[in-house]
Design a protein around this ligand. Structure first.
Ligand SMILES: [Zn+2]
Length: 168
């Protein structure tokens, strides 16, 4: 779980998209699904229907890349150690949540951002962009480092997380 969350958070760091905090504590809210960890942005209820400016569209593109990065980090973990994650069930739930968010964001890009209304295309285009961003050793090194600090039910604010990442 920590690797998955760190994957989101490091992508946010590299894209300079500040989050409120990254946590491996299960959330207690009832409005959100109960996730055994998440990365929170200051606009959890971001209005995906009111997106109009190019800046907002670019932000949504970054948000999709950040959402894709959780699973990407898990694939890297698997490639590295050839072991599936231990907490498969909560990860599967989390992956569903990520996918739903990606669909919401992609829908608004298609509606307002001048993207073709082909969800698969939007997703794969931004996946390619993410792949370029996280190519090389650096991304994985940062993910491992942040995961080591946030694992076991810890929470780090943006400032705390970026301090950890800048010191590596
Ligand atoms: Zn995720």
């Amino acid at each position: 779980m920590a690797i998955h969350e760190a994957g989101h958070a490091v992508a946010g760091f590299l894209l300079n998209e500040p989050f409120l905090y990254v946590t491996t504590v299960q959330n207690q809210g009832t409005a959100q699904p109960r996730l055994a960890g998440h990365v929170a942005f200051d606009d959890g209820g971001y209005d995906v229907n009111g997106v109009s400016t190019p800046e907002e569209c670019q932000r949504i593109e970054r948000m999709i890349m950040i959402l894709l990065a959780g699973e990407h980090a898990q694939r890297l973990l698997y490639r590295q150690f050839m072991v599936p994650a231990l907490d498969d069930h909560s990860l599967a739930k989390h992956a569903q949540y990520d996918t739903r968010q990606i669909m919401l964001y992609a829908t608004s890009l298609a509606r307002y951002g001048g993207w073709p209304s082909d969800m698969t295309l939007i997703r794969s285009t931004l996946q390619t962009r993410l792949d370029e961003l996280v190519a090389g050793e650096r991304y994985w090194n940062l993910v491992e480092r942040l995961a080591g600090v946030v694992m076991g039910g810890r929470t780090l604010t943006w400032n705390e997380a970026t301090a950890v990442l800048r010191s590596s």
